[in-house]
Each structure stands twice: as structure tokens, then as C-alpha cells.
Design a protein around this ligand. Structure first.
Ligand code: URA
Length: 276
């Protein structure tokens, strides 16, 4: 959807951060900065899916070739052995057959990941919940609906699209913790090698780490999400943006505006890398 100048001006006036693809410069440059602090954010009034400008993400004209990601140091990828050289099909089979921790006893099925193996975007969540355990796909419950809406606002999808618009979604854990309890440290450690390999195979242009457990697993940090968001981190050479978990946003809708800011930062980071 394209926005008229009047609508853009109004959104800026409301303090809503806009993300415009290159070549679609803001029509009124003297207006409040698109990246500046926002009134709406402060009030927490903005909801991602309904009040932001859904500027579609465009494919880079010439996609830069990406070097194969380095193997992580051995000590980083603990847990399950022998996955560091697997391709997608064998990796999926290894996850399906995994009995490395006790979660294999209570799961209905493993939840490997979803999306194109060519996707430029990767979302990393926490662990499957009940619906994911039933359906075998990440983020299919209420959190998933919110996630899909947030992604859609940037023109992104887990479905069919050009690679630049596609998102691959995976979790730190591939099995549901009983009762949706938090992942245990030893479960995260056992499962980590699978996620490491998914990142290596995918070689995404950007990773969105959603929530404390994605941050713990990818950045080895126990800092709160609120302290880590708002800047670009790196994981195995891939730019990584920390943002709130959709389940948290359902409980704390006032932070949806900050999550939108994080998505805009991610889109700007991808765009900047493509135009280099
Ligand atoms: N929450 C997650 O972190 N992942 C899912 O797949 C579902 C809910």
C-alpha cells in the first residue's frame, strides 16, 4: 500500500516511525524525523498491524553474494553432536529423531522450523507451545498471528514470496516444554547445535531474536530485552536485532510500538547492507 503525502505527514505527526524503501524519500524532510523518539511510542498507543505504514520490503537489485558462515567455535554449539555438516533434509531428520533431553518423552512431535530455505529474514523464538506441538509448525497460535501481522506490516511472509520478503522461523527448542514452562538451561544447551546449523544453512541477511531465550541462546546474554533492543548485534557475522517476544506483546500491548521500531531497524539494516 502506498501512502499519500498527507497520510505520511499525519503519521509523523502522531510520532509513528516510518520505513520507506530507498527511492521513496520522505516527502517533507523538514517534518519530525522518521527515526526520532515518538509520542505514540511514549504513550504506547500504536498497534503494529493497524497504525503503521506497511512499506513493503523490496529485493535488492543485485543481491550481494554471502560468504558461507563460519563454523561456530566448538564450545558455543554444545549438545547434540554430528549436526555441523548436515544439509537441510538430514538436519530435519536428526531433529525428528532427537532424544537428547527429556522433552522427547512429552512432545507430540518436533517443531523444526518453517519458511523458505532461501529466506533473507530469520526469526528465532523460544519454544513450541501446545498448538505448535500439535501442528508441527512454529508460531501457529495467538503469538503466531501477531507475529504474522507484524511481518506483514513490512511486506514479509513465511509463505511464498521472493527471498527478500520471506522469513524463516525457528525456535531455540524444537520440542515443547510441558505446560509451556520456560526452557531449562540444559535443554537449551542440548538443542543449540540444531539452531546453529539452521543459521549456517540459511545464511540469513538478518536475524530477529524474539524474547529472552532467543537472546540467551544466540547472544549468550541475560540482559533484559529492553536493554538490548534498539541496536544491531551480530551472530556468526549476521546482523541481529533483539525484540520482544510476541507472547509478551500480547500481555504488554504498550510495547508494540517499540517492537515496530525494532522491525524498522531490521529493515533499514538489510537495506543498508544491500546498497553497500
Ligand atoms: N512461542 C515461541 O517462542 N515459539 C513458538 O513456536 C510458539 C510460541
Amino acid at each position: 500500500m502506498r501512502w499519500a503525502e498527507r497520510q505520511l505527514a499525519m503519521l509523523r505527526e502522531m510520532g509513528v516511525r516510518l520505513w520507506l524503501p530507498p527511492g521513496e524519500a520522505a516527502p517533507q524532510a523538514d517534518q519530525a524525523s522518521a527515526t526520532g523518539p515518538s509520542v505514540a511510542q511514549a504513550s504506547g498507543a500504536v498497534t503494529v498491524a493497524t497504525r503503521v505504514a506497511p512499506a513493503p520490503v523490496r529485493a535488492a537489485a543485485t543481491a550481494p553474494t554471502r560468504p558461507l558462515l563460519e563454523q561456530p567455535p566448538r564450545e558455543r554449539a554444545g549438545g547434540v553432536d554430528g549436526v555441523a555438516t548436515l544439509g537441510w533434509p538430514a538436519l530435519r531428520e536428526a531433529v525428528t529423531a532427537c532424544t537428547a533431553c527429556a522433552l522427547c518423552n512429552s512432545r507430540r512431535q518436533t517443531v523444526f522450523g518453517v519458511g523458505s530455505e532461501q529466506a533473507h529474514w530469520m526469526v528465532v523464538g523460544e519454544a513450541p507451545g501446545e498448538q505448535e506441538d500439535i501442528q508441527g509448525e512454529p508460531f501457529v497460535g495467538k503469538s503466531g498471528q501477531l507475529l504474522d501481522n507484524m511481518l506483514q506490516a513490512l511486506g514479509l511472509t513465511r509463505g511464498k514470496a521472493e527471498p527478500a520478503q520471506q522469513v524463516y522461523i525457528a525456535n531455540t527448542l524444537k520440542c515443547r516444554p510441558p505446560g509451556n514452562r520456560n526452557p531449562a538451561p540444559e535443554e537449551l544447551a542440548q538443542c543449540e547445535a540444531f539452531l546453529v546449523r539452521q543459521v549456517q544453512l540459511l545464511q540469513p541477511r538478518i536475524i530477529l531474536a524474539m524474547g529472552a531465550f532467543a537472546v540467551k541462546s544466540l547472544l549468550r546474554s541475560t540482559e533484559p530485552v529492553g536493554k538490548l533492543r534498539g541496536r544491531v548485534h551480530h551472530y556468526q557475522g549476521v546482523p541481529l536485532i533483539v525484540t520482544y517476544h510476541p507472547a509478551y506483546l500480547l500481555r504488554n500491548p504498550a510495547d508494540k510500538a517499540r517492537a515496530w521500531d525494532d522491525l524498522c531497524l531490521a529493515a533499514e539494516t538489510v537495506q543498508a547492507a544491500a546498497s553497500r
